[in-house]
Design a binder for this molecule. Structure first.
Ligand SMILES: *Cc1c(COP(=O)(O)O)cnc(C)c1O
Length: 369
């Protein structure tokens, strides 16, 4: 982790303190209100709960501190993604999406964006640069891709796509700002599902968009205000609390994943394994170049669907659940949602358990397959 990120992690923990007056609560107040006291001229004051909320602002401040950018919070990762597309796209525009990333943006494009006169194309993350980006209004990248863990070169994608006149959006959900900062690599906009590791406690949905461009920021804020895609103050409070421990959780999760990946690969029940931290993984060189850590997701393939389901159900330290990034290690057989992966492919989200018991539980379970 670069010193600068360690510095930001330290400042994050004391961000609120800087403005505290004697006698004020140290923990973030939860501002539960739809209306504000607003007599006379409303200019310059908080007006209404769809426009402003102090708890959102505090959470946006922490996310903005980590990404060195302005942040707009949303009620889910998909709300953030929808904003990043709908606040900018116009009828007739073409959008490029990853064919192997999180599937919901593709469904959104197919079901709703095409009706508005937008066209979209799909391209695999591993060959995302191939064919260039001429003619695209928005180039949306997700790296490492979920669930296949392929990587695209964000610096090259940003350079070529921006030269072609596109807005570059990067979904950074799988890495968090502690693993990768796409704005520093040239992306215009970062989106993230803070539902995952940023909150980390599997008890809230949340998302955010960050950008360093004032015009994009204004468009995103206006989109949120007019579309009503606003986060709940309580969820913002939960994510604020989650962010205070993200640095330690992310470090433990990545350490655990780095410990598990080679051991899993050497187990006879595992037929294939993807983890960007392994020196011979196809994603490794790009991961080294643009990421600070190799992440907490592992893709492992077992013999067939039955073996994968048995592994997930029998292992006492794996939560069978969709989603990822929680304190608890969890696992899911992704082809049950139609992802283009082998029937025995398991997406393992490595959590914060102590490493010894975690490997012991996983190894014992694999031994039974
Ligand atoms: C989960 C996820 C999302 C969507 O987040 P929600 O909070 O469920 O809407 C978007 N992108 C990626 C990469 C995800 O994993």
């Amino acid at each position: 982790m670069p010193d600068d990120m360690m510095d930001r992690a330290a400042r994050l923990l004391h961000a609120r303190q800087a403005r505290l007056a004697k006698g004020e609560p140290v923990s973030l107040p939860l501002e539960m209100t739809s209306v504000y006291h607003l007599a006379g001229d409303p200019a310059g004051h908080k007006q209404y709960g769809r426009f402003d909320n102090a708890t959102w602002e505090a959470t946006e401040e922490l996310l903005g501190l980590l990404e060195d950018a302005a942040c707009v919070a949303f009620p889910s990762g998909m709300a953030a993604i929808a904003a990043s597309l709908l606040a900018f796209a116009q009828s007739g525009d073409r959008i490029l999406l990853p064919s192997d990333g999180y599937y919901t943006p593709r469904v959104l494009a197919d079901r709703f964006l095409t009706r508005l006169g937008l066209q979209f194309d799909l391209r695999p993350t591993a060959s995302f640069l191939d064919g260039g980006f001429d003619g695209y209004r928005i180039v949306f990248a997700e790296t490492p891709s979920n669930p296949g863990l392929d990587i695209c070169d964000l610096q090259a994608v940003s350079r070529v796509a921006k030269a072609a006149g596109a807005i570059v959006v990067a979904d950074n959900t799988t890495m968090t700002p502690f693993g990768q900062r796409p704005l520093d690599l040239g992306a215009d906009i970062v989106v993230s599902a803070d539902t995952k590791a940023a909150n980390g406690h599997s008890d809230a949905l949340f998302g955010h968009v960050t950008t360093r461009d004032d015009a994009y920021l204004a468009a995103l804020r206006e989109w949120r205000k007019l579309s009503g895609s606003i986060p709940g103050p309580f969820e913002a409070w939960q994510v604020h609390r989650g962010l205070e421990t993200l640095e330690v959780r992310f470090a433990r999760m990545c350490d655990n994943a780095e410990m598990l990946a080679p051991r899993l690969r050497n187990h006879k029940a595992v037929s294939a394994l993807r983890y960007p931290g392994l020196a011979d993984d196809p994603s490794h060189n790009l991961a080294r170049a643009q990421m600070d850590r190799f992440g907490f997701l592992i893709g492992l393939t077992l013999k067939d669907a039955d073996a994968a389901e048995a592994f997930i159900e029998r292992c006492s330290l794996l939560l069978p659940a969709t989603s990822f990034g929680g304190l608890h290690s969890s696992a899911e057989r992704r082809s049950r949602w139609g992802d283009d992966v082998a029937p025995g492919f398991v997406r393992l989200s490595v959590g914060c358990e102590p490493p010894g018991p975690l490997w012991a539980a996983i190894e014992d379970t694999l031994d039974t397959l």
